[in-house]
Design a protein around this ligand. Structure first.
Ligand code: SF4
Length: 380
């Protein structure tokens, strides 16, 4: 029996074989349920494919995927380390060769208002278009596909594995999916044909046209808004603020379910005035109903010398966000304080009780609290 229609076919035999690789995804474990390893001696896949959104410029081939707009000469590697020019054409080196593949709880992305309690098949290739000093996945984000150990996993195989693992969605995550755009694009089209949803977990550093085109195949996104200061974006992340603000609006206007994460890094992004300004901008630009996740920094990469974010700073940030008018505010990486629960903004009852990545109770019925207030999200 075929389990998938249109464009791809999975037989019972394939299903059974892949089921043994990935296993059925229950939501008991709060960590990646399965990490698949390449067979020993397996050669890393090169994964080269003609890149989308390229044009010939006076000084080389220009990539138009993200605001970096790299101009590359023959043989040159892009800023994101996974695009290269060969015979005057730009190629992505990150197609069908993920270096990470796991079954995760959707809450880990984090997405709290999107199919709660479901599993998402999560993939990443090497590469990123920013260079955050605090990156927690720097071993893959600041690397290149020819330097990581990769799976050979073309788009149809990603979808097959997602189905075999009882995942309702595929998440493009961990490193920066903007930089493996073509792989995301082709996989997400096939996933939709198979009834699987698509999630982008991204820094939001992408140009308008590529994003609008991709949004046709996306269902949800968690976007990092790393700070509300252009100079901090430049020094901490190697990027600019405005393109991220523009991307947030595009995701929302294109009908993709959106949640936002703000990591509070001590000494960098913890200024109360700036947090207030950011929350005020979100509230006054139509994001009052968009969940905002403040996230606790843990010492990482080039900022290993800094302490974790003090709990008081996170709590005050959440209070500021609520007082600015944001209705769904969460704190991540600080379990046990009731900061992961969804509270009805009208009757103040707890509608979703979470413990880490686990759903304890979900009292949302037909998208509403029992008081009848609609809670925005994709609940079933
Ligand atoms: S996606 Fe990569 S190659 Fe393209 S502009 Fe951005 S950093 Fe440069």
């Amino acid at each position: 029996m075929s389990l998938v229609n249109k464009g791809m076919k999975i037989t019972r035999r394939t299903f059974a074989r892949q089921g043994s690789l990935v296993m059925a995804a229950g939501m008991a474990a709060p960590v990646p349920l399965v990490a698949m390893k390449p067979a020993s001696g397996e050669k890393p896949a090169t994964g080269e494919r003609l890149a989308m959104f390229q044009e010939q410029g006076a000084r080389g081939v220009v990539c138009l995927i993200c605001p970096n707009e790299c101009t590359l000469k023959e043989g040159e590697l892009s800023d994101c380390r996974n695009r290269i020019v060969r015979k005057s054409k730009l190629y992505t080196m990150a197609f069908g060769n993920p270096c990470a593949a796991n079954v995760d709880p959707v809450e880990k992305k984090p997405l709290y208002h999107f199919l709660p309690g479901s599993a998402t098949f999560s993939i990443a290739t090497a590469g990123c278009n920013l260079a955050c000093l605090n990156c927690q996945n720097w071993t893959i984000s600041q690397s290149s596909p020819d330097k990581t150990k990769n799976y050979d996993m073309p788009p149809e195989n990603v979808v097959e594995r997602a189905i075999a693992a009882n995942c309702r969605s595929i998440a493009y995550t961990y490193s920066e999916p903007v930089t493996f755009y073509e792989y995301v694009y082709e996989t997400s089209k096939l996933a939709h044909d198979a009834g699987i949803k698509n999630i982008m977990v991204s820094n939001g550093y992408i140009n308008r046209e590529p994003l609008k085109q991709l949004c046709r195949h996306l269902d949800a996104a968690n976007i990092d808004l790393k700070s509300f200061s252009d100079s901090t974006y430049l020094k901490l992340n190697g990027g600019k603020l405005q393109p991220v603000l523009d991307a947030l609006k595009i995701y929302r206007d294109e009908g993709v379910w959106l949640e936002i994460t703000n990591l509070i890094v001590p000494g960098w992004t913890d200024k109360p005035d700036e947090i207030k300004q950011m929350c005020g901008w979100l509230a006054s630009n139509g994001f009052a109903d968009t969940p905002l996740h403040f996230s606790r920094f843990q010492p990482q990469y080039k900022l290993e010398h800094l302490p974790p974010t003090p709990a008081g700073i996170l709590t005050r940030a959440a209070e500021t966000a609520r007082s600015e008018g944001l209705k769904y505010v969460y704190i991540g990486n600080m379990p046990g304080a009731g900061v992961e629960d969804t509270i009805c903004p009208k009757c103040k009852q707890k509608v979703v009780d979470r413990s880490g990545y686990r759903i304890v109770t979900n009292n949302i019925h037909k998208g509403c609290c029992i008081c009848g207030t609609a809670i925005p999200g994709v609940w079933s």
